[in-house]
Design a protein. Sequence first.
Length: 188
Amino acid sequence: MKYVDIRFNEKEISCIRDMIGTILIKYKCDPFEYSTAVYGIVGIYTDKASYTFTNLIQTMDYYGANEDVAVFRVDKCSALEIKSFITGNTMIEVPVNKIIKEVDIINEHQKVFEHGNQAYDIWLTRGIVFKFEDSTELSLEKNIWFSEMITVDKGEQLLSRFTPVEEFAEDWEGDFCGKCTREVVKIF
């Protein structure tokens, strides 16, 4: 059985812990065109530091073949490092100005079975939900495995708007089947 773990690591979780209690001043991303999905990067600016949330391609074993797989990451950075990955594109800045009360990290546990035997055990970070003192939220969700897009959403109870885990089970054929569950890691 092949085991893969591409969840946020300890350094990334530490970055998220550092955000608790700070003011999320704004986020910065490419302009929204047909949806609120943006290409590859969202910048988060707090009153203490700046962070990049990226969803970039890495080549890895993806269920039996080397594939380009988008991996969701977070890193502390200087404000000047937050730039569009699209040459000539000017990012938009969306003011938030709210205290981060809690952050939920949304992880998925994907299992693939071949002939009834588990062949793959995959853990990945699907997204993150910032929760503010006024009960509103901001979420960033990585799209499907080969897409570098990140969906940005604002509102309340945003986890309910994430892509349903049942979609993972729908695309398997023949001797293969997949199962997917989610866990929410609360940072406060």
